[in-house]
Design a protein around this ligand. Structure first.
Ligand code: SPD
Length: 362
């Protein structure tokens, strides 16, 4: 009898472990965008084994999504890219009955995200931020004086300033739909304009400072700013704060600042979504729901320095982060932020052509 029970227990255990081993999830997220232990905690809680890959460009993610059969179950496009990918049928509708933690989300921010995804049917906010300027306070002051316009897009788009900063290193995001509108705003144009002539004027601003730009890249600047290898980066809020944090831990006297330029800046939402061809939709829902756990979201914000949209997580977010106006801007600054524009194919082609010319000179 004992032997039968032992055999039955063994069979049951093997079934459980075979089941757990079967449960897998493929996540594709931005680089430097999750706490060290988030995935481990999810695996321990659910028994689902996660493969976690990273990217640093919406264009790269979009190419994979439009090609299909990416193999990914959860991806994190920015709201504007999300919208046109939804229109292309890339994403599955969320089954909200599997997302009880939706109750933790900030209704105002989810309403803002609904401008890109009607009824929040396909996606949930992961983190949000702004695209501004990260700078090495001492290196910039040495070249431009104490009155350096670190609060203005003129710091990087005025050739007189950019020329003086060339030797210490200026970097731009390799993100045409963010850089060209920022240059348009510097000129006093509507950064959301889709008029060809406005986009061309913005691109011309960047072409003029092109000789002074060290590189166009969307993740390398974190370590380069932190190490003093570059002095000014147009970058994403949390990434610049990560650079600041690394610099202060290294104790080499490098101080990094982040500014949302006085003319205004882009505010964006990165959204968790499930590709329509995902083979692990239950696991994907479990992951999205897990991320919306208030403590898990707070841990991520505390690690990556990005604002989240999870109201219930706020008591667990470090005070230093909640108080930082570069992460959670004041209402006055918020009023100057603009939302990502969703470009149609024609405008997208114009932007791609202008960007290629900026980067290659052709
Ligand atoms: N390292 C994480 C960067 C996340 C940036 N999201 C992209 C926003 C694009 N507007």
């Amino acid at each position: 009898m004992k032997k039968i029970i032992a055999t039955a227990a063994f069979v049951a255990m093997s079934a459980i472990s075979a089941n757990a081993a079967d449960k897998v999830l493929h996540v594709y997220n931005w680089s430097d965008y999750i706490a060290e232990d988030t995935i481990k905690k999810f695996e321990a809680k659910t028994g689902i084994k996660v493969t976690y890959d990273v990217y640093d460009s919406n264009e790269v993610l979009e190419a994979k999504m439009l090609a299909g059969s990416s193999g990914y179950d959860v991806v994190v496009p920015t709201s504007d890219f999300l919208q046109r990918q939804i229109a292309a049928g890339v994403y599955a509708k969320l089954d909200k009955s599997k997302l009880p933690n939706l109750k933790n989300m900030d209704p105002d921010l989810m309403k803002a995200a609904a401008n890109y995804d009607k009824g929040n049917e396909h996606a949930v906010i992961y983190m949000w931020g702004t695209t501004g300027i990260g700078y090495n306070t001492k290196m910039v002051a040495k070249r431009l004086g104490d009155k350096a316009p670190t609060d203005s897009w003129a710091l990087v788009f005025d050739p007189a300033n950019a020329a003086k900063l060339k030797d210490c290193g200026i970097t731009f995001l390799d993100a045409p739909t963010e850089m060209i509108p920022a240059a348009m705003k510097y000129l006093g144009l509507d950064p959301r304009s889709t008029k060809k002539e406005d986009l061309e004027k913005g691109a011309a601003v960047i072409e003029k400072v092109r000789p002074f730009i060290r590189y166009f890249h969307s993740s390398q600047y974190i370590s380069d700013l932190a190490n003093g290898d570059v002095c000014v980066s147009v970058g994403w809020s949390g990434d610049v704060f990560q650079a600041r944090d690394r610099a202060s831990e290294a104790k080499k006297g490098i101080e990094i600042g982040y500014s949302i330029p006085k003319q205004g800046a882009l505010q964006w939402f990165d959204m968790m979504a499930i590709p329509a061809d995902s083979k692990h939709k239950d696991e994907a829902h479990a992951f999205i729901n897990f991320i919306m756990d208030p403590q898990i979201t707070a841990d991520i914000t505390n690690y990556v320095w990005y604002a989240n949209a999870n109201k219930a997580s706020m008591p667990m977010v470090e005070q230093e982060i909640k108080d930082d106006k570069g992460i959670f801007p004041t209402p006055e600054v918020k009023a100057k932020l603009w939302g990502s524009k969703v470009y149609n194919k024609r405008t997208d082609r114009v932007i791609t052509r202008l960007w290629t010319k900026i980067k290659t000179g052709k």
